[in-house]
Write a protein that binds this ligand. Sequence first.
Ligand code: MEV
Length: 437
Amino acid sequence: MKVLTGFSKLNITERIDLLKKNVNLNEQQISLLTAFRENDKDPDGVIENLTENYISNYSLPFSIAPNFRVNDKWYFVPMVTEESSVVAAAASAAKFWSGQGGFKSEISGTKKSGQIYFSWNGNIEKLQSMLPLLKEKLASSVKSLTVNMEKRGGGITDITFNPDHHGNNDYHIVNVDFDTVDSMGANLINSCLETMGSELVSFINSNFTGTDREAEIIMAILSNFTPDCLVECSAECSINRLSEISGNLTPEQFARKFAKAVQIAREYIPRAVTHNKGIFNGVDAVLLATGNDFRAVEACGHAYAAKDGNYTALTDIEISGNRFRYRLSIPLSIGTVGGATSVHPMARLALQIMNNPTSGELMKVVASVGLASNFAAIRSLITDGIQKGHMRLHLNNFLSHFNVNESEKILVEEHFRNKQYSFSAISDFLTSIRGNL
Ligand code: MEV
């Protein structure tokens, strides 16, 4: 196959025609593209314009987890995920914790940073002595960009040079802190940094002489490490209340086993990663529903989990006397205005369902969903095991794959009630009963 050029310039029909010529797809498969495009019709063409080379839509279930009580406010939380057990797990934990006073969530702030990296071999002492003037020049070069952010109560909060002694003789760093308030602010931060980069080069050029005038911008980009957007979320109850969910265990056994599971995740990386993945099951589903950048949040969450040098669990537990307290610390750099959040009709609806929260409020809700998801996962792991609930929900995927009707569904459920099942076991069973129907 030779390299294609101009794919993005084609219209949708032309793109699909070209695909057909190059990839082995039958008419039925091609019509799926039309069906999903027509099905998720978006009259304003917003979705089509979110990326390039669009040919269809990819649907995922949009679900609601009710009963999220966060700081005494109740939410129906929209979640978008392909994993069948995620919403049920979050909803069951939310219901349990709502009866214990709900989740308590606090944020440290919404400060983010970005950096300008530049090569320069000039006189550092002289540049350092001019820092107040340089900062002023850099900030005023982006005044027209930051004016709206300032109106919303944010703006550039600090500019520092070679923070924490990073940077060396052949490259340096200008760190810029931003408070973007209700927007995640990635585009705005990047625009500011690029403009400031040009200003920095002109500043050096006009204040130094000889080879000291030669500075080169390597790159200017926001950082997805946002430890100052930390959310601390907790849920607490007396141990005897755990009897509602402790299955065959006594509440005391449940609390002890739960604490041991958390200790393992705090001490052993192979478990810590999966433990944190269970948190992100819930976090990402709300971020997707609200049009937020879940990759940025995941990258930061895992870096934060390793901030002390050892990757560990993002949750921790305290059991003292009769009290069981479970908490999550997670950085969440997210927004409720700007980007897909403001333009995707389903993201806007998701925010509406939560009564249009500020980004701080959304951060608190998202952390609660992360904690609930992880709580539900550990509960299953230490009681029935994860497969029971997982496979029950997975069964629906299998059944719809095989176009199972109501009477076949009853037979399948009866047959597999106390058996382990798999895709091929169900396929074999259906073949056997379909022959007999
Ligand atoms: C599955 O998506 C998530 C879990 O593996 C999380 C965990 O093990 O804590 C169940």
